[in-house]
Structure formats: structure tokens, C-alpha cells
Design a protein around this ligand. Sequence first.
Ligand code: EPZ
Length: 421
Amino acid sequence: MDRLIIAGGRPLEGEIGVSGAKNAALPILCSALLSAEPLTVARVPQLRDVTTLLRLLKGMGVEVETEGDKVRLAAPNTLEPVASYDLVKTMRASILVLGPLLARFGHARVSLPGGCAIGERPVDLHLKGLQAMGAQLAVEHGYIVATAGRLQGTHIFMDTVTVTGTENLMMAATLAEGITVLENAAREPEVVDLAQCLVGMGARITGHGTDVITVKGVPALHGTAHSVMPDRIETGTFLVAAAATGGHVRVTGVRPRTLDAVLDKLREANAKVECGTDDIRLTMRGANHGVSLRTAPYPAFPTDMQAQFMAMNAVAQGTTVITETIFENRFMHVQELRRLGANIEVEGNAAIIRGVQGLDGATVMATDLRASASLVIAGLIARGETIIDRIYHLDRGYERLEHKLRELGAEVRRDHAGAIE
Ligand code: EPZ
């Protein structure tokens, strides 16, 4: 099982580019199911989750060709709309095939995604919305068995803001009869990127990026070519790592406006942050003040950046509080950060972080994707050597992270279960 070995205590310095956004690429790849014509997607990050999804799509009969960061997909009419448990259990976002399969083929059999480390993560709002559009759904032996004639447009209110729920229903609505209104829709930039791809395929969508999305169904969609937006969470992760190590970095090929809440918190932590049209430059002005924050749906502070800020706060001046309002168990990194010397108490959905002088390297274990990123940042801060086990969690969402960190001067290497790279 791969692990990362980090010699910490050095500031990150230099320039780095980011990959395409995992959380935009996944729904966009699923949208290929909506048309028999080819969809070409550029800037697809080479990640475990993407590989898993492409295996799932191929297993159904989708033609998939990859060339570097470009993927060409074509979903024939003869496709077998089944998503099996063995793949779905490893990647929850597989639920995103359900809406497109139902809309295009009128039936689907998709394994219920299990829970995961950060929370139960139900899909009830996905199912409720599809039922409102006329689908018949049953759960049989852990599978969602869905059938529908042509889906019918309708007004859907989602009582919890759900990113993939919004994406699933938006995709389903593109081929439904009539107009669908999604109220209390997710406003994340990844939802907007998916909508722009769907519009490129001939979908009639307005309101994406706001909390009311309107979709006018069309009989069929055609192919298109789309380039995935840059990954705002990877961008934020590099910026926090630079701030936490007292460094100076320039992150290129990004969309600064998708990170307003994160940049605001970095400035509050005493970083100098300057934005160009597609780059962000960060310099730590001096002591790290740390920041209290509360996660919430976009455009508020993203839950996917919470763990990274906790690592920075661990060595900040004073006491800070991080409140997690999206997932019920997204503090798995706390006990691992404590092993490195952090002083953190958890009370319900709040973590109280008392800044310490410094952290000391230790062996720690990754538990979920963003917790892994938090441990990498802590390892970069800590004196001495930090070993992070189970970094397959990290590989789900970060492409070639150790290579990119080395470009910023970090001393980090991957150990393939004993063969040190
Ligand atoms: C997406 O997950 C992202 N994943 C997550 O990123 C991200 O943390 C999350 O949105 C929140 O921003 C992808 O886009 C592939 P939700 P998603 O549905 O869609 C509850 C990462 O690190 N809920 O917005 O699964 C749910 O339990 C990953 O890249 C219901 O109750 O999250 C949660 O409390 C982790 N019923 C809240 O809504 C539903 O039917 C938000 O979940 C759906 C969700």
C-alpha cells in the first residue's frame, strides 16, 4: 500500500499549475450517456475516481478513448444501463449515471452507494426528484431499480443543497418532456461547468450558478467538445500549504473568482493574495494568524477546504474554531493531526484548535480524500519526517501531488510499499 514520506520544515516556493476539476469532470463524463453522439472532454484529471468512472461507463458499453488528458466517449443505443456494486462502492459519484440513464434509456439498475468515512451521504433527494419527474423506483438487493417512460418536467424543491443531486436532476431534465425547475439548487462552479457542457450538447438550461435552475427538455442531445474547469480545491490546497509553511507560490491556470471565500480567509490569516485573470499569487506576510471558519454551500466556505485550514491553524497564533455544517463526520483528520502534536478538541460539529509552536513528524494514516491533504500540509509544516499511510485516498482527488509539491521545493517521495521512489 503506497505511502508518502515528507521531510518537513521548508517553505513552499515557486510556481505550479493545477489539473482539471475532479468534481466537474465526474458529472461531465456521465453526461456522455445522454447522447449517442461523441462527447470529447479535455483537461480530465488522471485520478483514481476518474479511472473508476470510466471503467463503470465502459462496463455498460460506452466507447471510451483516452489520450493524455482528453477523453472521447460515445454511448450507443445498445448500451446496458447497469452500474454494479463492485465499482459504485468505491466511488459514490457513480450515482450520477442514474439521471442520464433514466432520461435516455427509460430504465436503469444502479447500486446504492454505501456511506463513506465522512458521513452517511444519502441520495434520497436524487431519488425523490426523479420520482417527481415520473420515474418508478424500487430498491432491490442494494440496487436502485428505476423505470420511466419519457420523464416529465416538473417543479422540484430540494430541502438540502446537494451538489450531485442538483447535477443528477439537471441532467435528467435535459431530455424530459416540458420544463423542470430546480429550486434551492447547488450553485457550485462545478454545477455551472456541467451545465455549460450540457448546453454545448444542445440542452436548454438557464439559471445555473443561482439557486433556481430551469431546464426546457429537448428530444435529443448531440455531441460536443468541452474542457473541464480548473480544480478550485486543488488550487486552494496549494495556497494553504504555502501559507502554512510561510512560503510564496504562484498557482497558474486557475479561476480566482471560484475561490472568493477561501482567498478571503487566507488574507485574514495574514497572507498577501494577489489575483490575475488565471493565476493567484500568495506570500505569507509574517506570523500565521490562523482563521475561524464555518463551512456552507457555495459561495460560502467550501467543506472540501476545511481539513486543509485545520492543519494551518494547528501552528497559528491563538485559538481558532472550525465548524463543519455539511457532513456529520468530517473531522477524521483530527486524531491524526494530534499525533503530529496539534492541540485540537472536537465538540459536536466544531473543532477548537489551540495553536502550538510547531509540529513533530510521525507516522499517520489517511482516512478520506481531504483529510489526506490535511496530513500532507501538516507533514510539510512538521519538523522531521512524516509518513502518511493509505494514500490511495489522496490519489482519488490529487493528480501527481508529490511531483507538484517537489516542484515547489518540498522534500516528499512516494514509497510503493517498500520501494522508495
Ligand atoms: C459533492 O458531494 C462533492 N463530490 C463533495 O466533494 C463535496 O464535499 C460535496 O459535494 C459538498 O460540497 C462531488 O461533486 C463528486 P452533497 P455530494 O449532496 O454531492 C446531504 C471531495 O472531497 N444530502 O452536496 O455527495 C448530504 O448527506 C468530495 O471532492 C442528503 O441528505 O454532497 C450532505 O450532508 C467529498 N440527501 C449534504 O446533503 C441527498 O439526496 C451535502 O451533500 C443528497 C445529499
